[in-house]
Design a protein around this ligand. Structure first.
Ligand code: SAM
Length: 473
């Protein structure tokens, strides 16, 4: 069995863990688990392919998938060429799967487990890079509204890229300190995930240096941030709604302590929801309060913490302290909208009834219907997906739209040599092609982008920022 030789586990950290580790677990097993590299795990993106079809397709490449007990779309993976980065696999590029650590699949599953019906509005307070946002979108089957917030500007870009790749169309992106949601949108969401920024003690198996700067003063500072975020998230929850709080850290101050803060702050409005029945074996990580405190040796995973609460009554909320600018979008109507709808039908056979069209500077967007209620209450940077922009007398489809709806646009299927050329930015020589405007292209039956059909040639319109240097097919 391979071990990380250079895992750094400071003495003060180990002593702190000794003080809180349940009697049924041992320090030796904990240290041994921290020194073992993680098992590779992936989650199948059911927005694009069923688990059965994915398993059958990947079995032909020799992939062996072992089901993760708490997530029916999650698998531990073994494959013949372990050295090839998973991100270079064509099926990754097509958005058929997401590389996600097994325990990180727990919080969205816990949220769904606690809901009695499909939620109309969901908030992901700290969303980037989007492993749980994309999991939530798949659980919602792209229906309803999923607000994904991320404080860090550079991480918002990665979040958007992942949503695009996986074909998510029901998301609104924003970029705030998560503390704004209580004042801005009180009593709004049916379900909220707060996967909080944290000290990351559970990530040592992925990053042997994760604890290089470990210090009690950092835990004090980050737990204060977490308290502010959970207070605000709880205020933004509807009465009857469910909030899941999670971290990838192990100390109790950032975990049980933050839940205790919430209970003390809002008293009887907070109902603890036990995660005991979440999956067979959950009892091994269950705390007295019904949270899951996942030590890495229990399920041979990253360390994690997951807790759920239900809101039983309204709570006090401060007035919002920000002002909103003018909303730059308008509902799409009028002659150019009719012309665009007709263009979608004639050029792609696409029925625009599937879309809720809005316009901005001549560009068309599709908004999730439930976003309407939020307009004017909070600044949403990117709502739904961009559909197209004007290009002369026609329009040019946007990659967001192509990856979410392209399979309904009479795509032209490429073989693997053509797909490799296309994704590396080359035009494609194609005999017998009728020249005639834009075409959606697919590979393995999944949309990958567009090209302009000229005589005997497809002119590449794959977005430049996505062009690859080399590919694994
Ligand atoms: N949920 C993400 C996923 O599964 O891919 C991982 C989220 S990570 C644990 C925490 C995120 O919170 C980081 O991306 C960090 O930039 C962001 N963050 C930090 N402070 C924040 C704040 N005050 N409000 C909102 N997000 C914040």
């Amino acid at each position: 069995m391979s071990v990380h030789t250079k895992v750094y586990l400071p003495d003060a950290f180990l002593s702190a863990m000794d003080a809180i580790m349940p009697a049924s677990l041992s320090r030796d097993d904990f240290v041994a688990a921290c020194q073992r590299p993680l098992r590779r795990a992936i989650r199948v993106n059911t927005l694009k392919i069923s688990v059965a079809d994915f398993a059958e397709q990947m079995a032909q490449k020799g992939w062996q998938l072992e089901t993760i007990p708490w997530c029916d779309t999650g698998f531990w993976l073994q494959r013949p060429d372990e050295d090839l980065p998973l991100g270079n696999e064509p099926e990754h590029l097509l958005g058929l799967f997401y590389v996600q650590e097994a325990s990180s699949m727990l919080p969205p599953q816990a949220l769904w487990h606690c809901l009695s019906e499909a939620p109309a509005k969901v908030l992901d307070v700290a969303a980037a890079p989007g492993s749980k946002t994309t999991q939530l979108a798949a659980l919602m089957n792209n229906q309803g509204l999923l607000v994904a917030n991320e404080y860090s500007g550079s991480r918002v870009k990665v979040l958007h890229a992942n949503l695009q790749r996986l074909g998510v169309s029901n998301c609104a992106l924003c970029h705030f300190d998560g503390k704004v949601f209580g004042p801005a949108l009180p009593d709004t969401f049916d379900a909220i995930l707060l996967d909080a920024p944290c000290g990351g003690e559970g990530t040592i198996r992925k990053d042997p240096d994760a604890l290089k700067d470990w210090a009690q003063s950092h835990i004090d500072a980050i737990s204060e941030v977490q308290q502010g975020l959970i207070e605000s998230a709880f205020q933004a929850l509807k009465v009857g709604g469910v909030l899941v709080y999670s971290t990838c850290t192990l100390n109790t101050q950032e975990n049980q302590g933050v839940l205790a803060f919430l209970a003390a702050r809002f008293g009887e409005a907070v109902e603890r929801v036990s995660l005991e029945g979440l999956f067979d074996g959950a009892e091994q990580a269950l705390t007295e309060q019904g949270e899951l405190h996942i030590w890495p040796q229990i399920y041979d995973s990253e360390g994690f913490f997951v807790a759920a609460v239900r809101k039983l009554a309204k709570v006090d909320v401060p007035e919002p302290s920000f002002r909103l600018g003018k909303f730059p979008y308008t509902p799409a109507k009028g002659k150019d909208t009719q012309a665009f709808i007709q263009y979608l039908k004639d050029q792609f056979g696409f029925d625009a009834k599937l879309l809720n069209l809005w316009q901005r500077d001549g560009d068309f967007w599709h908004f999730p219907e439930e976003a309407n209620d939020l307009i004017g209450r909070v600044r949403l940077d990117r709502i739904g997906i961009k559909v197209a922009e004007p290009a002369g007398k026609e329009w040019k489809l946007h990659q967001d739209f192509v990856l979410a709806f392209g399979s309904q646009c009479r795509p032209l299927e490429l073989d693997s040599a053509q797909a490799a050329d296309y994704l590396t930015g080359k035009d494609l020589a194609v005999d017998g092609l009728a020249a005639g405007g834009e075409r959606v292209l697919s590979y393995q039956g999944h949309p990958i982008g567009t090209a302009k059909a000229l005589k005997n040639k497809l002119k590449n319109r794959f977005p430049r920022e996505l062009v690859k240097d080399k590919l694994a097919f």
